[in-house]
Design a protein around this ligand. Structure first.
Ligand code: CA
Length: 368
């Protein structure tokens, strides 16, 4: 009898995964047969080149890496919820995941804008450095936890273009009263410079510009802008993309759903996100070049640089706008701003003598 009790105790300890004298811990066993059927809503049209196709690849990779245990179905803007309701839908648990850009939520979470793009802020390389090695992603997680969300970095388009215009911009006067699609802090800067900024999802840009609802627009760069046919409804294509020098895209997951996942699936979602983040930047870097040539050579688009005084004024206003996002009653927003600003100051000093110095030295045209 005593032997039998001893044997049962030993087995119980073994199952609990502890040795004699160690306190038994209650660990939930991983159910590796359970299949998670998730839905992901996006702010882009279904399969839109780059950002839309990247999420399909993400879902495929996750399916393969989990041997089918994680089945994510991707939906384009408007299929389940409109583009600009992605944050709400995932936060409330209507769907488990979303893909978009955090600055779309500036009305609800002003500090979220730091995690997409800041006018005259980080390039893509600097953004990734801040997020992964400068404490950025931890701050982003803290910020989104309040909304029951977990963010994963989900792509970067690199430096964008300043946008499409139907008239030349020779001075600030030309911007007065101009209605332009330009989201985030860039939009706020444009407003203060005398324009009217509107935030439209990508899928609504072409028609809005064609019908005169807006006079100008920025979207991404040659590759994506040509996909939407923006060259058919505007003549001048301006640079540099002061408003979005290295915008990050986001994958968002409902935190309650995320916390209920086994650890291996959580890790796969994260690592697949990192792969996607690198892929998107490479894809845009490769394809923007080819699309730019086509826009100029085939479609006769005129490429123009914004005048120096216009850029200088945007830059002056941007400083005010970025500083004003800081809310003294909200310590986390202040912390995000401080972290971003400090990192920018440090990284830009080094990039003066590395990235910028090198690119200036090389010039354009490569070695041929
Ligand atoms: Ca943009």
């Amino acid at each position: 009898m005593m032997n039998r009790i001893f044997a049962l105790c030993a087995m119980a300890m073994l199952l609990a995964g502890c040795s004699d004298g160690e306190q038994a811990t209650t660990e939930t066993a991983v159910d590796d047969t359970k299949v998670y059927h998730w839905r992901m809503v996006t702010t882009w049209p279904k399969n839109f080149p780059g950002m839309g196709t990247a999420v399909e690849v993400y879902a495929d990779r996750v399916r393969k890496m989990t041997d089918g245990r994680m089945d994510i179905r991707v939906y384009g803007a408007g299929e389940i919820v409109p583009a600009l309701e992605v944050f709400e839908a995932v936060s409330q648990g209507t769907v488990q995941m979303g893909h978009g850009a955090s600055y779309y939520w500036k009305g609800k979470v002003p500090a979220a804008q730091f995690f997409t793009a800041v006018p005259f802020g980080f390039t893509a390389q600097e953004m990734n450095a801040w997020l992964f090695y400068g404490g950025g992603i931890e701050l982003w997680r803290q910020l989104y936890a309040k909304y029951d969300l977990v963010p994963i970095v989900g792509g970067n388009t690199g430096v964008q273009m300043a946008g499409w215009f139907n008239r030349e911009i020779n001075s600030l006067e030309d911007i007065k009263g101009m209605k332009m699609r330009i989201p985030g802090m860039g939009g706020e800067v444009f407003e203060r410079a005398g324009g009217i900024a509107v935030s439209l999802p990508g899928g609504e840009i072409f028609t809005s510009l064609q019908t005169g609802v807006i006079d100008a627009t920025e979207w991404v760069g040659p590759y994506n802008d040509m996909s939407f046919g923006l060259h058919q409804v505007a003549r001048y294509y301006y640079y540099p993309g002061w408003q979005e020098p290295g915008p990050a895209l986001e994958l968002i997951i409902n935190k309650t759903e995320y916390d209920a996942l086994p650890e291996d699936l959580q890790e796969i979602l994260e690592v697949a996100g990192r792969a996607m983040n690198a892929d998107v930047l490479s894809e845009y870097t490769a394809r923007n070049n080819a699309s730019l040539s086509e826009l100029v050579d085939k479609h006769g688009i005129e490429i123009r640089r914004l005048p120096d005084d216009v850029i200088a004024e945007f830059k002056r206003i941007a400083k005010e706008v970025v500083t004003e996002v800081v809310d003294d009653d909200d310590p986390l927003t202040k912390q995000i701003y401080d972290s971003y600003s400090q990192f920018l100051e440090n990284v830009s000093s080094y990039h003066e003598i590395s990235e910028r110095a090198y690119i200036n030295t090389r010039g354009s045209g490569g070695q041929r």
